[in-house]
Design a protein. Structure first.
Length: 406
C-alpha cells in the first residue's frame, strides 16, 4: 500500500534527484547493537531505582532485546559486559540468543568495579594489579572466541584525580604493554575497539582522554585495533562529525557508542537532545561511503553502531525502541542528502547553498518513508505503539523487582 503522503514524498525526492528504492536498500543495511546493560537497572551515583520486570540474568536480557529486534528489524545483536553477564556456558547463551533471532555482539571487559582498580587497572603502578587486569582482557578474548563475537570494546576508567598522583608517561607505557599482549591473543577476524573519554570517573587526567590518544594507541597496536567513538565522551563544543570523518579517512573508525548528552557523559536516549549532530555524523559516513578508495569503503562498511545508555528513570524496552528508532530516523534523513549538490555548491564557493543542501535533507519528515519501508519489510509499522499494546511489558512483571543492575 502506498499512502498519499508517501506518493508526495517520493515525488519530492525524485525532483531532488533522490531515488527512494536506493534509500530503502540502504535502510536495510542499518544494524544497531543494543547493550545488555541497557535492559537492566542502572542509575547515577546517587541512586539506582529498581524497576519491576527487569531481567534477572543475561538470558532474560536477550529475551527483552528480542522484542526490540522483532518490532524494528534494527537490533540483531546485543553487547555483553563481563562480569555482569558472566555465565557458566557461553555456548548456551549463544544458542539462546540464536533461538531468539539474535547474536551476541561486542564483549565489554569490566576493569572499573573492583577495589584493586582504585588507582588504575592496566595503568596501575602495582605490577600484580596490571597482571590481573590484563588477564581479564585475555579472558574476554577467549569469551569472544566462544561467542563468535568479532569486537571487544575497551573502556578504561583509568586516570588520576590530582597532579602527581601517577606518572602519566609510565602509565601510557603500561597501557600499551597490556593492550599489546591482548592484541597478540586476538583471532585474525577480531577487533579491539578503543574508547576514549575526556573525564569521569577521574577528574584530573584520564589515560585515554581523547580520540587522538586512542588513535595513536590503535596505530601502534596494529590494524585490528580501531577507535570507538562514544558520543557522550567529548568536551563541550567538540565537533564529533569532524572526528568521525578524520578517523574514517585514517581507516580507524571501528564503531560508535550512541547516546545523548547535554553536559557530560549523560548516557541519555540517543537523538533526544541533539538529533542534528547525529544526522551530521551520518552525513559524514555516507559521504565517505562513496569514496573510490576501497579501504575507506571497507572501514565504513564495518562500523559497529552500538547503543551505550543508562536508563535510570525510563522503562527499559521502550527506551531501547526509542533509541534504535531515533538512529534510524536520522540515518534516513542523511540518506536524503544530495552529495553532488553539496559538492557543486562548495566548489563554486557558495557557502549558503552548500549548507542548505545539507540542512534541507534534515528538514524532511521521513515518517512516510519509514512507514512504507517497514510495511515492505513485513515489520511493525508502529513499533512503539505495538509494543505498548502488547502484553510483554505486563508479562515480565512476574520477574518482580531487584533484577540485574550495575
Ligand atoms: C563509560 O563511560 C563507557 O561509555 C563504557 O562504554 C562503559 O563500558 C559502558 O558505559 C558500560 O558500563
Ligand atoms: Zn561507551
Ligand atoms: Zn556515554
Ligand atoms: Zn560512557
Amino acid at each position: 500500500m502506498t499512502d498519499r503522503a508517501y506518493s508526495l514524498f517520493e515525488e519530492q525526492q525524485g525532483a531532488r534527484g533522490i531515488n527512494l528504492n536506493e534509500v530503502k536498500a540502504k535502510l536495510k543495511g542499518l544494524s544497531i547493537e543494543t547493550p545488555s546493560w541497557g535492559y537492566g537497572d542502572s542509575g547515577t551515583r546517587f541512586k539506582v531505582f529498581q524497576k519491576e520486570g527487569v531481567p534477572r540474568n543475561p538470558f532474560e536480557k536477550f529475551e527483552d532485546a528480542a522484542q526490540v529486534h522483532k518490532l524494528t528489524g534494527l537490533a540483531p545483536s546485543v553487547a555483553i559486559h563481563i562480569p555482569w553477564d558472566k555465565v557458566e556456558d557461553y555456548g548456551k547463551l549463544k544458542s539462546h540468543a540464536e533461538s531468539l533471532g539474535l547474536a551476541i555482539g561486542a564483549i565489554n571487559p569490566n576493569l572499573f568495579q573492583e577495589d584493586d582498580y582504585m588507582l588504575g587497572s592496566v595503568t596501575n603502578a602495582d605490577a600484580a594489579i596490571r597482571r590481573k587486569a590484563t588477564d581479564h582482557l585475555l579472558e574476554c578474548v577467549d569469551i569472544a572466541k566462544e561467542t563468535g563475537s568479532r569486537d571487544i570494546s575497551l573502556w578504561f576508567a583509568d586516570g588520576t584525580n590530582y597532579p602527581g598522583q601517577g606518572n602519566i608517561r609510565k602509565r601510557k607505557a603500561w597501557m600499551q604493554e597490556s593492550l599489546g599482549e591482548m592484541y597478540k591473543a586476538l583471532a585474525p577476524n577480531m577487533r579491539m575497539l578503543i574508547e576514549y573519554k575526556c573525564f569521569e570517573p577521574a577528574f584530573y587526567h584520564t589515560d585515554l582522554a581523547d580520540w587522538g590518544m586512542a588513535y595513536n594507541l590503535a596505530q601502534k597496536l596494529g590494524p585490528q585495533a580501531e577507535v570507538l567513538v562514544d558520543t557522550g565522551h567529548h568536551l563541550q563544543g567538540a565537533n564529533i562529525e569532524h572526528i568521525v570523518a578524520y578517523l574514517i579517512d585514517e581507516k580507524r573508525l571501528g564503531g560508535f557508542h550512541f547516546n545523548s548528552r547535554k553536559y557530560a557523559d549523560d548516557d541519555l536516549i540517543v537523538g533526544t537532545v541533539n538529533p542534528y549532530e547525529l544526522f551530521l555524523i551520518f552525513y559524514q559516513i555516507l559521504s565517505a561511503a562513496s569514496d573510490r578508495d576501497e579501504a575507506i569503503q571497507s572501514c565504513v562498511n564495518n562500523i559497529a553502531y552500538m547503543i551505550d545508555q543508562s536508563h535510570n528513570i525510563e522503562a527499559k524496552i521502550p527506551a531501547m525502541l526509542r533509541s534504535v528508532l531515533n538512529v534510524q530516523t536520522q540515518f534516513a534523513k542523511a540518506l536524503l542528502v544530495n552529495h553532488e549538490e553539496v559538492e557543486a555548491a562548495a566548489n563554486r564557493g557558495d557557502v549558503l547553498a552548500a549548507e542548505h543542501a545539507v540542512r534541507s535533507a534534515f528538514e524532511f519528515d521521513v515518517a512516510p518513508l519509514l512507514r512504507s519501508y517497514r510495511e515492505e519489510q513485513g515489520l511493525s509499522v508502529d513499533p512503539m505503539g505495538d509494543y505498548l499494546a502488547s502484553s510483554y511489558g505486563k508479562d515480565i512483571a512476574v520477574r518482580g523487582k531487584g533484577g540485574a543492575s550495575w
